[in-house]
Design a protein around this ligand. Structure first.
Ligand SMILES: Cc1cc2nc3c(=O)[nH]c(=O)nc-3n(C[C@H](O)[C@H](O)[C@H](O)COP(=O)(O)OP(=O)(O)OC[C@H]3O[C@@H](n4cnc5c(N)ncnc54)[C@H](O)[C@@H]3O)c2cc1C
Ligand SMILES: *[C@@H]1O[C@H](CO)[C@@H](O)[C@H](O)[C@H]1NC(C)=O
Ligand SMILES: *[C@@H]1O[C@H](CO)[C@@H](O)[C@H](O)[C@H]1NC(C)=O
Length: 578
């Protein structure tokens, strides 16, 4: 199919507001000769394309079973991907060198069955989070944990350990609310080459299958536990940032859905005071997080252009102006909280759980602007950024923040480049028995920062981000979120997840032939050091040890960290002739 046809069919005409906007394009795009898989940011395609020899779109469990059986019988390697493909590491990309099959769950998304007496919901793996939540709420129940972004499938989100924020009850990670799964696994000839296996808590496979990165089985259905429908009340409390690294434990203990947004360059910390309230509390508020709202194409393009101009002029101050303007604008609109579904009129904002936990209105795109989409849509030359997500034990989190503050205090402006991407988001997840989940109650730190259009272009203040990244993952032993991060974050990951060997043993048992194997997923899971090419540190493919790993021709050289001396980062120097 020609790209133009695809683009045209993607245009969604919304007659109510007479606007034209476009939802994300499907991650698999084919022409007459080849199909390519990308992620939602379009990054696989521009940096490192993922060609897929063949794709199947099952619509039922029988279809999925038949697909796995066919692939097993024909010795094909299998990978799965959802209709969203919102994961950054290339887990869904099949092996480039072998015969492979990609299974998309985009059409396996019809069944959502609620069991009121057990208070559970069972959904097909391809069901989107928003569809699931709406059905659950309509039945008078609530899903307690979910990521903040709703553009994900149930199968995809439990595969990568996706989470919201909570240290209460079963905690903020969705897989800790899973009570059962139906998997399709390869089998011998006598069993027809594939079979369905049911796993529930207590089964040996349960802890392997919940956060399984698409590398041990195909998830057919997921059963989640629910609670009676409830309401929440949210207030964002603006504080200076002098003590949040001491306050976070208290905050997480006191407020069920607490989080903290830290803006280091502005020395501000915003505490999210977020609790359940009685159903009788008035309010039908909505949390329509501003970063996930539909953005006019022109706005995204303009923001990107001004970022690039600041980069080109090496103008840190330009980024700081952007950062402080954005924070004031966001404060004014309550970060997208809406008291009455339409506008923000003041705190607290009270609403149903189903409208307060997760959002993503850019997926459906409707705004007063002519053309709008998610800000990172690869078709519009909008935002391109990295997402680093580091998961700490509480004590190490404290040490990490103290180190980052030291680095910040050397020159607060260096941090403007993350503050214009919402600063550092600090969230909470509880200890999990899932082998690749968090082995202890943990603190998750997320931050985004500018990524250049091409891999070889160095970035303003990149030494600072690299130092923060290395502080997190190497000095303070943070575990990487499986769905985010640059490759360096996964170095040594095997030693960080204490049940890794159990996971690998379970995988050998359930998939002895390695049907779900690919070199892409293996590279991340094993966290191995690979060859260091010229410029490899720029995109986080390596830690630099020589100048050529940075960009000497552009004045970026490999240097020690400023606070964490053992770090090796690419730093700009206008004078160095080395
Ligand atoms: C804007 C944005 C905001 C986000 N916010 C959060 C957040 O708040 N919290 C958080 O934790 N994460 C967050 N994420 C990350 C996101 O939750 C994960 O990337 C999630 O895994 C994406 O789900 P998906 O359906 O797109 O899965 P995909 O990217 O399609 O797949 C993810 C993995 O699951 C595997 N998989 C998919 N379906 C199946 C199946 N049926 N059987 C077996 N394996 C399967 C794939 O092979 C792959 O390994 C965010 C991502 C974005 C883009
Ligand atoms: C199909 O797409 C590939 C990759 O984008 C491209 O190289 C090739 O020329 C295209 N073929 C046709 C027939 O359009
Ligand atoms: C930060 O705020 C606290 C009160 O919340 C106050 O006691 C403290 O003096 C403030 N610190 C700075 C540096 O402004």
């Amino acid at each position: 199919m020609a790209t133009t046809t695809i683009t045209i069919t993607l245009f969604l005409f919304c007659f109510i507001t007479t606007t034209m906007s476009f939802p994300p394009s499907p991650p698999i795009q084919c022409n007459t000769t080849i199909c390519l898989l990308s992620n939602a940011y379009g990054i696989f395609n521009t940096r490192n394309p993922c060609p897929v020899p063949s794709v199947l779109y099952p619509t039922s469990e029988q279809d999925l079973l038949a697909a796995i059986a066919m692939a097993t019988k024909s010795n094909l390697k299998i990978k799965l991907v959802s209709s969203f493909s919102h994961t950054i590491p290339k887990f869904s990309c099949p092996n480039p060198t072998s015969n492979a099959l990609l299974i998309s769950t985009s059409k396996y998304n019809t069944n959502i069955e609620i069991n009121p007496s057990q208070r559970t919901v069972t959904a097909d793996a391809g069901v989107g989070l928003r569809a699931l939540i709406d059905r659950v709420e309509a039945a008078g129940m609530s899903l307690v944990a979910a990521p903040y972004w709703e553009g994900v499938s149930i199968g995809g989100l439990v595969s990568t350990g996706s989470h919201g924020s909570s240290w209460w009850g079963n905690g903020g990670a969705v897989h800790d609310h899973v009570v059962g799964m139906r998997l399709v696994v390869p089998a011998g000839r006598s069993e027809g080459y594939a079979k369905v296996v049911t796993v529930v808590a207590g089964d040996p496979l349960f802890d392997a299958a919940r956060v399984s990165l698409g590398i041990i089985a195909a998830i057919s259905k997921v059963t989640l536990s629910l609670e009676p429908r409830f309401k929440r009340s949210i207030t964002f409390s603006f504080q200076n940032d002098s003590s949040f690294e001491d306050d976070f434990m208290d905050l997480a203990k006191k407020h069920e859905f607490a989080d903290i947004s830290w803006f280091p360059s502005q020395k501000k910390a915003i505490y999210r005071i977020d609790d359940r309230v009685p159903m009788s509390t008035p309010g039908e508020g909505v949390n329509d997080f501003i970063g996930f709202q539909s953005t006019a194409t022109l706005t995204s393009t303009a923001v990107r252009a001004s970022e690039k101009a600041a980069e080109k002029a090496k103008s840190i101050k330009g980024k700081c102006t952007l950062a402080s303007m954005e924070l004031s604008a966001k404060k004014f609109v309550g970060f997208g909280l809406k008291n009455n579904k339409i506008i923000f009129t003041g705190y607290p904002v009270v609403g149903y759980q189903g409208k307060m936990q997760t959002s993503g209105s850019c997926l459906y795109s409707s705004s007063l602007d002519l053309l709008s989409s998610c800000a990172w849509d690869p078709r519009i030359k909008g935002l391109i950024f990295y997402e680093t997500t580091a998961i700490f034990s509480p004590q190490k989190f404290k040490d990490f923040i103290r180190d980052v503050k030291k680095l910040r205090d050397l020159n607060p402006d260096n941090f403007c480049g993350i503050d214009n991407y919402n600063g550092m988001l600090i969230r909470f997840v509880k200890r999990s028995t899932a082998y690749l989940g968090q082995p202890e109650d943990s603190v998750v730190v997320d931050f985004n920062y500018f990524r250049a259009d091409d891999a070889m272009t160095p970035r303003l203040s990149e030494d600072v981000w690299e130092e923060v990244e290395q502080m997190a993952f190497f000095k303070h032993g943070a575990r990487p979120h499986w769905a985010k991060n640059r490759k360096v974050a996964f170095l040594g990951v095997q030693e960080k997840y204490p049940y890794m060997s159990l996971f690998i043993a379970a995988r050998k048992k359930i998939d002895p032939l390695g049907v779900f194997y690919s070199s892409w997923s293996e590279e991340i899971l094993l966290g191995h050091v690979t060859d260091k090419d010229d410029g490899c540190a720029l995109e986080g493919q390596c830690v630099c040890s020589e100048d050529r790993h940075c960009s000497p021709s552009n004045g970026y050289f490999c240097k020690p960290g400023l606070v964490y001396q053992e770090a090796r980062v690419c730093r700009y120097s206008s004078t160095a002739i080395e």
